[in-house]
Design a protein around this ligand. Sequence first.
Ligand code: TNX
Length: 503
Amino acid sequence: MAFPESLPLIPFPTSVRRAEGALALTSARVNGPDDAVAALREGFAARTSLPFDSAASADDAQIVLQVGSTSAGTPESYELRVGDRVEITGADEAGLFYGVQTLRQLAHEVDGAWSVPHIEIDDAPRFAYRGIMLDVARHFFGVDDVKRYIDNASALKYNHLHLHLTDDQGWRLQIDAWPLLTEKAASSSALGDEGGFYTKDDYREIVRYAASKHMVLVPEVDLPGHTHAIGVAYPELVEAPVISDLLISEGERLNQPLPVAGQVYTGWGVGHSSVRIGEERTYDFVRDVLTEVAEITPGPYLHIGGDESLGTTAEDFATFVTRATRIAAETGKTPVAWHEVGAVSDIAEGTIGQYWGKVTPEGSHAEEAAHFVARGGSLIMSASDATYLDMKYGADFPLGLVWAAIINVQKAYEWEPTAVVPGVPAEAILGIEAPLWSETTRTMADVEQLVFPRAAAHAETAWSAATAPERTWDSFRARVAGLAPAWKAEGVNFYASEEIPWQ
Ligand code: TNX
């Protein structure tokens, strides 16, 4: 049988034992929980016309999906066996879903029949938090686009979707107590493109859809900087824009406007905006917003931003984040914040830090990150010169930015998240996240060019053991090549980087 030598398994499983031969999915009758059967059917819909009819009993099925005990025994783990039929056992529903994603990657059309190699796979994730971010503030992406992003990410076993919901350029979520946010500050995007926002029902639909693919939504309200849009709706909540020399020169270089108080901002300079730290009304606002967001968010996390607050003095920043982390915690959620918040000693205990410094930390970034751990929290690693999906692949790439690094697929693949911040034990690393900032991406097709194939590299860093023999660039590049047929069938606009021997 002409089965590929290198199976396109990404992220690579804990253990794979392959035997001779393959099983042709001739009947493709499935027995299992409805959700898992639906995931299987959906997962193959773009590539095959296999019907995946439900079989009334396991005896009668060619594919058996079940929740039960696995050799790893840990959450999200699964076992997959292919002999004279396919059996997938998940430790929980998520594990079963991941087994189905692996089955998708195993299936190949050989001599006109969809077949799966005889194989035994035992698998479990390395990190509990495997995140991908979408910035819907610089450019807005509607519910259907977000669902597409969820489909493509969950297929790679990502389990958290971080939505960057607010920034200088727009406010993207309905807040009942402060209705002008979406009435006045949502209509536009960076580059003067069209904006938009999610009603609460839209947001609930995203949450529901993400959950159906075993992804937890992590909402971010970025404070106290990145808040120009708040002032478009409620001028009394923000300070006047800080127009620095850097902002002026960047604006001229990029032919972008400077921020004007009370008017929508369509450039992408940072560090010019701040909420008013000394006004009690600011904290009423923060409490109302975080409470409403928490109410419609079933997941455990609430991200309050805290990055690049250069329009706020260090003292004011400390005052603000000391209170804001507590307000977030009072909603019952675990606060998450970008690593700068770790510069402040008295942040709420247990706050999770998101590190976006370099793989080799600069300045005080590592120290700031370590402070979250000292306060009983943990870290999500988003090293910007490895995981930033908005960085260009090469100097001439038409989309993206370059400030952190030029990141080809190999550079995205080769970094070790537990080795970045000195003195922090590996157990304090909750996981990794790959952020897509959307200054330059005007459509989901643009987004997908930047995200794929690099998101496959980060998925493997997040899931596969650091010491696995297949955790090498040579193995990865051969395997990722094999994802191209599925991506093409599904219309994923991946970038065909020359580093990869595409099929
Ligand atoms: C830095 S990293 C930002 C964002 C930008 C991004 C562009 C971080 C927490 N903040 O505001 O969109 O760079 O790459």
